[in-house]
Write a protein that binds this ligand. Structure first.
Ligand code: HEM
Length: 243
């Protein structure tokens, strides 16, 4: 193909975030599905505890990477910033209508950064993974006494006269039974959100992948390789390019 020009779009931090996030989510889904189905696949309670710990450790990497991306949305390049990612701002709705009409007609408006439809879908993904990170942190505290909430949970369920730090996950010997029951009731809706939200994530991840493949075919801009190289290719200047 001739006449194509290369434009820089995704900075290195955004690309590293994207692939680290994808790897973490795949591992979290894998361990999460195993925890959820531990009885069916014959995992005993000590093995389940190991799985929960592995799941939480990957979860910390996932959360740190996500927090760094929130910060990068304020200091990264113009395509990584929240103003170019969130589906808000003057003219957003009309640009979305225009983009969808062009897409249907086989002639989409070319955007270097996220197109208006992608801004919507990426923001939904950010929202879901944020809910998953927050609920995960709470249940890691209630379940395996992991930080940042584990210490408070141990204090909550330790009987008078017992050092909260001596409470071990998985063995209820030292727990105060009433406080433990209260804590489980507190945790139950949070675990339910973590579980159902994970189903939404498992549904949307394949849709996200299908979406980028279809857009890449329609646009021919190298959308997928751009998450490796940082560059997209266009025959004419994209509407949001400053180059
Ligand atoms: C995309 C991210 C994530 C996905 C898809 C995911 C998925 C899941 C699933 C399916 C379960 C099983 C739920 C159940 O047993 O009812 C689970 C359990 C758990 N998750 Fe996550 N999770 C994610 C992130 C996190 C994070 C960031 C943490 C904390 C650092 C975390 C901590 C936990 C813990 C401790 C459990 C065990 C709960 C239990 O069954 O007792 N998760 N996760």
């Amino acid at each position: 193909m001739s006449g194509l020009q290369s434009y820089s779009v995704w900075d290195r931090t955004t690309r590293i975030f994207h692939w680290l996030n994808a790897i973490c989510i795949l591992l979290l889904i894998m361990f999460g599905v195993m925890i959820l189905n531990h009885n069916a696949i014959g995992i005993d309670s000590s093995e389940e505890l190991i799985l929960k710990k592995l799941h939480a450790w990957v979860g910390y990497v996932f959360i740190i990477n996500l927090i760094w991306r929130y910060v990068w949305g304020f200091i990264g390049n113009r395509y990584a910033r929240w103003g170019a990612v969130l589906p808000v701002g003057k003219g957003y709705i009309s640009s979305l209508k225009e983009y969808l009409a062009g897409f249907k007609a086989g002639n989409p408006v070319h955007y270097l950064g996220h197109n208006p439809a992608a801004r919507l879908s990426v923001s939904i993904l950010f929202l879901l993974i944020t809910v998953q990170a927050m609920t995960g942190l709470v249940i890691a505290g209630t379940d395996i006494f992991y930080p940042p909430f584990g210490g408070y949970i141990q204090e909550w369920i330790a009987p008078v006269g017992v050092n909260p730090a001596d409470l071990v996950p998985g063995t209820r010997d030292l727990y105060d039974p009433d406080a433990y029951a209260e804590m489980r009731a507190f945790r139950s809706p949070i675990l339910t959100v973590h579980e159902y939200n994970s189903f939404l994530i498992m549904f949307l991840v394949p849709l996200h992948i299908i979406g980028v493949i279809v857009t890449d075919i329609k646009e021919g801009s190298g959308l997928i390789s751009a998450m490796f190289t940082g560059k997209k290719m266009f025959a004419s200047k994209p509407v949001d390019s400053e180059e």
